[in-house]
Design a protein around this ligand. Structure first.
Ligand code: AKG
Length: 267
């Protein structure tokens, strides 16, 4: 075990497998037998790290989209700790588009073994989960409102992959696109860490539906027909000098009866 102390975190041992952690009120209990050391936030009972636990997220009423936003999903302290761990620990890579230019952000992709997909002529093959991402996934599943899940089909299915984006500064961005690959479930849960960046959602005809500077530690859930009817983007903001991490949890399913069509190329 690595004994290096990280302020604000405790060392725990967990199994390397998904789904082997248990949540007990605000505490994260980690099951043995243990294979690898991970860092989990120290839980302060006076200040639960996930404010949403047990609360229902509000639906933001916009036509053609189903959105839920919790600005304070993680406390600022927890969000900062997570940001600092993930910026070091994630396998960030700057990929190239099929046209040879650099994608304007760093990416990495974690998930269950079968959760691969193809997007914009690039294959996304998941790396094995980081424990911190699994812990966060469990809390997001707990916070995801039941109506958001309803069109994933019974039984309620959680997320099985996360695409991590690192915007090193305001010159990094993601262009207007929909996350609507045939293998992708319609519920996308997006956690923001670091500097606030503008997030815009427009109907396919260009009508602006939602624009928000996504807060440090916030959770935005897009569900229903959002990906079918709309495109979202994080535009460049050259004046911003600080980094932001975005984690979009998804559900990838092959051979699903559910089929949708990708409407845009993301770059
Ligand atoms: O950074 C964000 O908030 C959005 C990321 C995104 O659109 C994506 O990963 O598909």
């Amino acid at each position: 075990m690595n004994d290096e102390a990280v302020p604000g975190f405790i060392h725990c041992w967990v199994t390397g497998c998904a789904g082997k952690q248990q949540l007990c009120s605000d505490k994260i209990l980690t099951l043995t037998p243990c294979l690898s050391p991970v860092l989990l936030p120290i839980i302060d009972p006076a200040q639960p790290p996930f404010r949403s636990a047990g609360l229902v997220m509000d639906l933001i009423s916009v036509s053609g989209a189903q959105l839920y936003y919790d600005k304070g999903f993680l406390t600022a302290e927890t969000a900062t700790q997570l940001f600092e761990v993930l910026i070091k620990k994630c396998a960030w890579q700057r990929h190239r588009t099929s046209f040879g230019s650099a994608v304007p952000r760093d990416e990495c992709y974690y998930g269950d073994e079968g959760a691969y997909y193809r997007y914009s002529r690039r294959d996304y093959r998941p790396l094995p989960w980081l424990a911190e991402l699994l812990t966060l996934k469990a809390k997001i599943e707990q916070a995801t409102p039941a109506p958001a899940y309803s069109n994933l089909g019974p039984p309620e299915t959680g997320y099985n992959a996360v695409l991590c984006n690192l915007y090193r500064d305001g010159n990094d961005s993601v262009g207007p696109h929909a996350d609507a690959e045939p293998e992708m479930g319609p519920v996308i849960a997006s956690v923001s860490l670091g500097v606030e960046r503008l997030f815009r959602l427009r109907q396919n005809d260009g009508t602006l539906l939602f624009a928000e500077r996504l807060a440090h530690g916030s959770l935005l859930i897009m569900a229903g027909n959002t990906q079918k009817n709309c495109r979202h983007e994080v535009p460049k903001e050259p004046a911003i000098r600080k980094p932001r991490i975005n984690l979009t949890f998804r559900h990838i399913e092959h051979n699903s009866a559910r089929r949708s069509h990708s409407s845009a190329t993301r770059c």
